[in-house]
Design a protein around this ligand. Structure first.
Ligand SMILES: [Zn+2]
Length: 106
């Protein structure tokens, strides 16, 4: 069985931790005082869900693939353990893309 109680509980704990961490804004920005490569993702998703695609892409260009990459990363040792090298390539590619975007947007 793919979803056991432990799996569901783990997912729930991670979702709650994530929500708690980002409730008052970016924790990285709060700690160090400058933006991180992920800053703007929440704003982008909120804009996207409200139907404002322009503001969503303006807030963060990579907001669409970001949750997919997070999902892949979180499940790399379970759902995708047979293709770890491919997963690693995807993560490295996305990290480079995210860093480049962060540097370019300033
Ligand atoms: Zn941030």
């Amino acid at each position: 069985m793919l979803f056991t109680r432990k799996t569901l509980a783990t997912h729930l704990v991670f979702l709650l931790l994530f929500a708690f961490l980002f409730w008052w804004g970016c924790p990285f920005n709060r700690l160090f005082g400058f933006t991180c490569p992920g800053c703007g993702l929440s704003r982008a998703w909120i804009s996207f869900l409200r139907g404002d695609w322009r503001l969503a892409f303006k807030s963060h260009l990579l907001f669409l693939p970001a949750p997919v990459v997070v999902f892949l990363f979180a499940h790399r040792d379970t759902l995708f353990r047979r293709c770890q090298k491919t997963m690693d390539c995807i993560f490295i590619f996305f990290a480079v893309l995210l860093a480049a975007y962060h540097l370019l947007r300033g």
